[in-house]
Write a protein that binds this ligand. Sequence first.
Ligand code: SF4
Length: 333
Amino acid sequence: MSNQKETLVQVRDLSVTYHTRLGPLSAVDHVSFDIYKGEILGVVGESGCGKSTMGKALMRLIMPPGEISSGHIIFDGEDVMQYDQKQLRDFRGRRISMIFQDPMTSLNPVQRVDEHLIEAIQVHEPQTPVEAALRRARTLIEKLGIQKERLRDYPHQLSGGMRQRVMIGLGLVLNADLIVADEATTSLDVIVEAKLLDEFKKLRDEFNLTILMITHNIALIAQIADRIMVMYAGQVAEIGDVTEVFDHPRHPYTEGLLRSVPNIELDEREELYKMGGEPPNLSRPPAGCRFHPRCAQAMPICAQREPELTEISPGRFVHCWLYQDHPQEVAHA
Ligand code: SF4
C-alpha cells in the first residue's frame, strides 16, 4: 500500500436499527470511519457486534424490519444515501461488491460457473457480448487458480475452496472499487484458507483493490490487513494500523480479544484468557460505555456517560474514557 492515503469511503455517524417486537434494536450505533484506496481494512469483533450489518449497510442492503436510521456513506465523493433504486443497482457490483460466507447458498445450484460470471457481467454491461464476457470470466478464473475447464461445472461439482474462489471471482468480475468480504474464508479448512488469504493479497496488488474484510478471526486479520477496526456492541472500539493495534492495544476490549487468541508460544501450564461476561442486549444496551459491565478498568464515569471516538495519535482512534479528559468529580465520585 502506498504511504499516500487517498480516501475511498467516508462513513459518518452510521446507525442501523431493527424494529423488533421488543422495541428498537440498535445493531450499528453512530459508527464513523474511513476506508483508504488500495488498503485491506479488517473488521473484527464477537458475533452480534454489528460488523456484518455494517458491511451490508455500506451496500444499502438493510431490509425491513431494519433500516439505516442515521448517517452518511460518502463513496468517492458521492453520498450513497441519496441514491435512487437505479443508481443503487449500478453502484452494487460496479463500485462495491460483497463476497458472502457460504457459497452454497449464494450460488445457483442449477447454473454453471461460467453462467454465473457471464450473467454478473451482462446485468451491469448489457452491451458486452457473451463471447467477450466468457473470455473475461476465463482469464479471471485462471488467475484465481481454477482451470478454465471447470467453468462448465455446477457448484456442487467443485470443492469448498473452489466455490469460494468462484464467489471471489463474482466479486471481482466487474472490477468493483471496494470488495466487502464477509467471513469469506470461514467455512474453509486452514490450509485452503491460508492459500486464499495469500491470493487476496496478490489480487489486491494486481487489481489495486480495496477490501473490507469482516471476520471474527482476529489472527487472520494479523496476516492480511493493513488496518484494523475493532467493533463492540454495534460501535467502533478502536481503529488503527494493524501492527500498532496488535502490539499496543489501547481499548480494554481489544486487549481482551487479543489475549484470548490461542498462542503457540504460550506456556502449556498457562490458561488461555477468557473474557468475562457477555455482550449486551442491544435492545437495552447499558448506559455510558457499552463495555463497562465487562471492563476491568471501568471508572465511575464509564457507567454514566459515553466516551467519544477520539484520535489519540495520527490514524489511531479509541472509544474509551481512559484516553479522554473527563470531569474529575464524576470520575472519582
Ligand atoms: Fe472500560 Fe471505561 Fe474505557 Fe469503557 S470507557 S472501555 S468501561 S475504561
